[in-house]
Design a protein around this ligand. Sequence first.
Ligand code: SF4
Length: 444
Amino acid sequence: MTLHGNLTWQEYNPEDIFEQTRRKNRIILMTFPECSEKLGLEPSILTVAPDGDNVEYSFKNRDFNDNDVNMYLCSVYISGMEEFEKWAMRHDQNKIVVGGYHPTTFPQEFTNLAWKIVQGPCDSLYKTLEQVGQIVPGIVTDKRIPRREIYDIYKNQQVIPDKRPEQTCVSINTSVGCSMKPPCDFCASPIMCSKVVSKPLELVEEELLNIRMYRPEFCFIRDENFFMQRDWERRLQMIGELLPTPKVKKPKLYLFASANTITEKKVQAMVEAGVYMVCLGLEDPTKDYQKNEKLTEACALLHEYGVFVYLSFIVNPLEIIGKEPATQFYAALNNRLKELRPEMICGNFLMPFPGTALWDKYYAYVDREDYKYYDSKTPFLVRNKKLQKKMSLFLIWHQWRYYTSRFYNRNVREFAVNDTLHNRFIELADQFKEGYETMWDVRT
Ligand code: SF4
């Protein structure tokens, strides 16, 4: 005998049935690829979530019963496309709304999978959906802060120096977009929003008071280029004043900046507000970038004031095939690291994003099946899988070598301090150890 669909009487629980009835008209928020608890940040889609206790964020990209759900709001990044496509085919596409980077750049890939396709930033769901047509621009009213209460921010384990696993890191955007002209050839940010749009100060204040409730020890200011804002000083001051709590008197802040815009006045203002680290893009160390003409001076200035430097670098897998080019590249990188002494580094393989100048140059090397490898850690531009693995191994190994070097530990900071940076690299080193021992020669 079955009751209520396929439930047998032993499985029947009146409370479950009540819960299902109550949850009719649910609005489910999802992110593709699935939310990572290890490297997660509060997802931007929380800003799109409308009011109401029928709105939920799903950490798992599981299947739902369409009869219980009014609408699925899905943020899709390029690497989550395959996962999304499979999931959408199992659900009522008339209830699916998509947004985020991939629907913004390739809306036509979603026309058979979603009811509405939202391009660019959005914080007003119903106004956006009211627009005529399947592909619509996101409407921003700047009246809403992200609904963090439907998300578990304690699952965010930012990998940064000094942060211990049990400490809390929150994040905030005080602006969206980037006005760099021409945009950097690899960067997808200006595609989502091609000019800096600052949030009103009252909204920033409201959001700061909201994230203060989590008593954060760390806060990541996620603005693509914080200092492009005319009133950056006021914003930094607000963050420094509103975020501290009796428990955490001076939360540690970190943010992105362009080396060429770093001045002593800015560094002093940053230190005053509690900025402990600045992320600058070193990019490809064998190339010259206009934005990095003053990188050496910027790093020296930050260090003079005790601010950590975080440098991300790019490896073009098509340019370092073979022992000689790889040796030369990593030697150039190591020399540059010794000059700049960054406390944190992060290597990424070149990924040509649709809409960028790099896409025009490399799109011929990218297949739709490659989308899932847009994680910056897979050199998918080369087709040989064994070579891909070797390159990934090298990328991690060179970072590990820097962190564990006598140079880093004597001249930069101590590495083995059980913070999230150290812990993450211990995990990665374990993961890659076997590969290091077995696949040294890619031609075997
Ligand atoms: S890398 Fe930074 S400065 Fe360059 S386009 Fe992207 S956000 Fe703008």
